[in-house]
Each structure stands twice: as structure tokens, then as C-alpha cells.
Design a protein around this ligand. Structure first.
Ligand code: CA
Length: 245
């Protein structure tokens, strides 16, 4: 089952910063760390989408002009899965840029150059709004009699033994788990785990699902978690909890 686990009071809120300019990226990381936030940094749109799935941030600060995927597209991709607050931080300061950013679902839009105090105040406001409007928390833990996946801690156990996954294996598992129960198409998996430029590399998905089955399934030849959806993709199937040892 997927548990709605409330975040611990003492755990810092996690901010994913997506910014391709190293100076601004470092500056933002310093500003947020100094204010008690945990930070994850991504320097491209592809990394931003990938780290969103693997790190489950509480908020995303997103640049618009990125070297690979446009920030608006990154925003749309992420918001098609979740309600995470996204704050655009961009040098594009025309009225229509701001309107476009907000229309694509971002909670706020800040223009560069920015004031540190205003940035922090708007991030606090966005997080408060999220706490007020979102369901208790995003699902962070999957647990049944055999398999446990903690998406916050990025750890996986089978029969209480910790399983070591590579970053790609973990990203793939996290993505399927976040979409548990529904078929995920090859294209969708590739775009979200590998990036848009890999959208035709269906064989990657087969190979990595194979790795995951060998590591996670009790019988990799008869998988119960990672089911093939023929001609379409894969689906993570949550298992009943029987309570038997
Ligand atoms: Ca940029």
C-alpha cells in the first residue's frame, strides 16, 4: 500500500533548484541552505524532471531558459503528475512571459535580478499555500509484506534486507511507483526517467525493468510488481498485505 506519511516536523523542507547558470545556482543554494531548507540542484530541464521524481521536493524553483528543455515544458511535465508548487525565477520579465508562466500552473513568478528577502518570502508563502491546499502529503512510502520503498530516503528493502539500486534503476522504480496501478507508456517512462531525447529508446526500459525485476521480484520470471502492459509499457502493481511473516 502507499502510505500518506506526514512529513516530520523537524525535517527541513526540500527545494529543487533548476538553473543552468552556475553562479545563480550556487547563490540560490546558499540562500536556501542558510534559511534551513534542504536543497537539490539540477542544471538542465532533463535533470530537473528526473530529480523531481527521485527527490520528491516540497517546492521547485525553476529557471525558464534552460539548455535542453524549456522551463515551461518542464513545469507542464512535472505538474501532469503532481501538485508541487513551482516558482519560476527568470530573466524574462515581459508581462506576457509572466502570464505564460502562471498560466502553465506555476504558483509564482519572480524576475531576475531578484531580492533575496522577497524570494524567501515568496517561497515561504508558496509552501504555506501548499500546506493549506494539498492533501496531507505526497505518498512517500510503499510497504507490503515483502517490499518497502521509501521515496524520501531513497531506500529499498526486500524482506528487510536493503537493496542497492543504481540511480537510473531507482529513478525508474520511483516513477512507476508514483504512478502505481496505472500503465505507464514507454514514451512517458523514457521522457521522465531518461529525458525527451531518449523517447525512442524503448530497449532501455526493457533492460532496466529486467534489472529491477532481478533485484526486487521474488521470482523475476513471474513478476508481481513490475508487470508488462503488452504493446504499451509497464505498470507497478501494489500487493495485498496479508500480515503473514
Ligand atoms: Ca537560464
Amino acid at each position: 500500500m502507499l502510505e500518506n506519511q506526514s512529513p516530520r516536523e523537524d525535517s527541513p523542507k526540500r527545494i529543487l533548484i533548476v538553473e543552468d547558470e552556475p553562479y545563480t545556482l550556487n547563490l540560490l543554494q546558499l540562500i536556501f541552505s542558510a534559511s534551513g531548507y534542504a536543497t537539490v540542484t539540477a542544471s538542465s530541464g532533463k535533470e530537473g524532471v528526473q530529480f523531481f521524481h527521485t527527490h520528491r521536493p516540497d517546492l521547485i524553483v525553476l529557471d525558464i531558459l534552460l539548455p535542453d528543455i524549456h522551463g515551461l515544458e518542464v513545469c507542464e511535465k512535472i505538474l501532469s503528475h503532481t501538485q508541487v508548487p513551482i516558482v519560476f525565477l527568470s530573466a524574462l520579465s515581459e508581462e506576457e512571459d509572466i502570464v505564460r508562466g502562471l498560466d502553465c500552473g506555476a504558483i509564482d513568478y519572480i524576475t531576475k535580478p531578484f531580492s533575496t528577502k522577497v524570494l524567501l518570502a515568496r517561497v515561504r508563502a508558496a509552501l504555506r499555500l501548499r500546506d493549506l491546499t494539498s492533501p496531507p502529503a505526497t505518498a512517500t512510502v510503499y510497504k507490503d509484506d515483502y517490499l518497502t520503498v521509501d521515496l524520501s530516503a531513497q531506500q529499498v528493502w526486500c524482506n528487510d534486507l536493503q537493496v542497492k539500486l543504481t540511480p537510473t534503476e531507482y529513478s525508474l522504480l520511483a516513477y512507476l511507483l508514483q504512478n502505481a496501478g496505472r500503465p505507464c507508456t514507454f514514451q512517458e517512462i523514457l521522457e521522465n526517467v531518461w529525458g525527451t531525447e531518449y523517447r525512442d529508446s524503448t530497449h532501455y526500459v526493457h533492460v532496466y525493468v529486467g534489472h529491477l525485476r532481478r533485484k526486487l521480484e521474488q521470482n523475476p520470471k513471474q513478476p508481481v510488481y513490475l508487470k508488462t502492459v503488452y504493446g504499451c509499457g509497464y505498470r507497478f502493481v501494489p500487493q495485498e498485505i496479508t500480515g503473514s511473516p
